[in-house]
Structure formats: structure tokens, C-alpha cells
Design a protein around this ligand. Structure first.
Ligand SMILES: NC(=O)c1ccc[n+]([C@@H]2O[C@H](COP(=O)([O-])OP(=O)(O)OC[C@H]3O[C@@H](n4cnc5c(N)ncnc54)[C@H](O)[C@@H]3O)[C@@H](O)[C@H]2O)c1
Length: 248
């Protein structure tokens, strides 16, 4: 297997559990990291600071300027951009009629607009070099219509659609575009909600044959797999990491 060492990767939503797990796996393979999140306190808590082999940015990536600044940072610090992991997101998970204009816009901004602007900003540099691996973090709930996920699925479904369109458009430049679609992942948020007796959590676990949430590392390993040079013939795919909650 060709080493990833020396490549440069952007990971968005780097303060989140899946973002942290992904960035640490890439770091363990000596990939230069360009990490961004909208939440400065969470970045600090995650221990992400500028240093050798690591550039950080606090920015709202649902805005074009934030995305452009992040790609510029990667090119300025490391002179290349091989991997883009669009992991920023997070849902306002509630029944559709309980969503407000604010929560609907927030859901679309966090999950879909961040991904659109990051792809738009990163692709020119990838096209120029004739190489790129884009991995989006979508959601398995798009496939099984999970309870209270309509707005979130609209956003993640848009991301899944962007994946197939971009995969076709940039296939000949050796740029792959794939989505990793997790079912429920064991994050501090999920643990808090479970402890608080949120009735939705049981519903979400009940549809998973493995009867548990995924660990962040179990999602990150699929992301890193798709980011490898050897995964170059896999493109336009939505890879579920779902404990069997949807099959085929
Ligand atoms: N946890 C789960 O059960 C689960 C299931 C399916 C998909 N996902 C997806 O996995 C990804 C990571 O989720 P997680 O559960 O690890 O934590 P999370 O949902 O808290 O992570 C989202 C991260 O994105 C950042 N973010 C949000 N909007 C942003 C913006 N405009 N600009 C920059 N950063 C922004 C947040 O600050 C946060 O750190 C998200 O896209 C989430 O939707 C999570």
C-alpha cells in the first residue's frame, strides 16, 4: 500500500468526535493536517493547535469565504491538498413540524452548505494536480428514513447527491468523491441523551442489528480507507457504516 505520509488533508468539523478520530488516524500516518471548526472552545478542548504538521482555522464553512480561507491555508502551509474530509455537520433532530425556520436553515447550513463550499473551494487545486480524494460524512438515516430525521436527511441527502454528481464530473482527473454514511455513533452527545432517557435513542438503536452505536474510530477507518490512493477506483459511492441497519 502506498504511504499517505507527506500528503495534506483538510478535515472539517475537526473538533467533533468523528473529526478527531479521523484526524488522529491521518496524523498517525504522518499526513499534514489542516483542521477547521466553527467552535473555538471545542477546538481547544480537542487539543488542536497550530504546530508542525498541523494548521488550524476557526471559521464558518457554510460561508464561501470560510471555505476559501481554509483551502488557501492548506496550500500556503503545505503547498498541496490531497484529501478533503467534509465532516462538519450535526443535526437538529426533531419531528419535522417542530422545526423552526432557524433550525431548518441551521441544518442545511451545517451539513450541506459546508460541503458545497468546501468542494467548490478545493476542487480547483485538486484538478490542477490531477489528484484528489474527497470523503463526505453523510448519514445512513437517508436510506432508512429514521424517525425525526426529515430535515437532517434533506441536508445529508443533498450531500449524497453532490457526491455522485462530482464523482462523474471529476473522474478523469483522478479525483474521487465518496460519502461515508454512519448510523448512530457513540459520541458524548449521544451518551448524555441516553442517560437522560431520550426515547428516540432506543428507536435509533433498535433499527441496528448490532444493537449498539458505532465507535468514532469505526467511522474514521472507512473515511481513511477511501482517502487512500489505492481506493482510486471507488467513486460516487455511499458507504454505510451502520451495524447492518440497511443492507445492500
Ligand atoms: N453522531 C452520530 O450519530 C452521527 C450519525 C450520522 C452522521 N453523523 C455526522 O458525522 C459528522 C460528525 O459528527 P459527530 O457526531 O462526530 O459530532 P458533531 O455533530 O458535533 O460534529 C459536527 C462538527 O461540525 C462543526 N460545525 C458545524 N457547523 C459548522 C460550520 N458552519 N463551519 C465549521 N464547522 C461546523 C461543529 O462545531 C462540530 O464540531 C457530522 O457531519 C454528523 O452530522 C453523526
Amino acid at each position: 500500500m502506498a504511504p499517505l505520509a507527506g500528503q495534506a488533508a483538510i478535515v472539517t468539523g475537526a473538533a467533533s468526535p468523528i473529526g478527531q478520530a479521523t484526524a488522529r488516524m491521518l496524523q498517525a500516518e504522518a499526513v499534514s493536517l489542516v483542521l477547521a471548526d466553527i467552535d473555538p472552545a471545542a477546538m481547544e478542548a480537542a487539543g488542536w493547535r497550530d504546530g508542525e504538521g498541523c494548521a488550524t482555522l476557526v471559521a464558518d464553512l457554510s460561508q464561501q469565504e470560510g471555505a476559501v480561507a481554509l483551502v488557501a491555508l492548506a496550500l500556503e502551509r503545505f503547498g498541496r491538498l490531497d484529501i478533503l474530509v467534509n465532516n462538519a455537520g450535526g443535526g437538529v433532530i426533531r419531528p419535522f413540524l417542530k422545526q423552526s425556520p432557524k433550525t431548518l436553515h441551521a441544518t442545511l447550513d451545517r451539513n450541506l452548505w459546508t460541503c458545497i463550499w468546501m468542494c467548490h473551494a478545493a476542487l480547483p487545486a485538486m484538478v490542477e494536480r490531477g489528484y484528489g480524494r474527497i470523503v463526505n460524512v453523510g448519514a445512513d438515516s437517508v436510506r432508512n428514513g429514521l424517525l425525526a430525521h426529515a430535515a437532517y436527511n434533506a441536508a445529508k441527502g443533498g450531500m449524497h447527491g453532490l457526491t455522485t454528481g462530482l464523482a462523474r464530473e471529476f473522474a478523469e482527473q483522478d479525483i474521487t468523491v465518496n460519502t461515508v454514511a454512519p448510523a448512530m455513533v457513540r459520541t458524548p452527545f449521544v451518551e448524555r441523551e441516553t442517560a437522560a432517557g431520550n426515547p428516540f435513542i432506543k428507536e435509533f438503536i433498535d433499527v441496528i442489528p448490532k444493537r449498539r452505536a458505532a465507535e468514532p474510530d469505526e467511522v474514521a477507518s472507512m473515511i481513511v480507507h477511501l482517502a487512500r490512493p489505492e481506493s482510486g477506483f471507488v467513486t460516487g459511492q455511499v458507504m454505510s457504516v451502520n451495524g447492518g441497519s440497511a443492507m445492500l
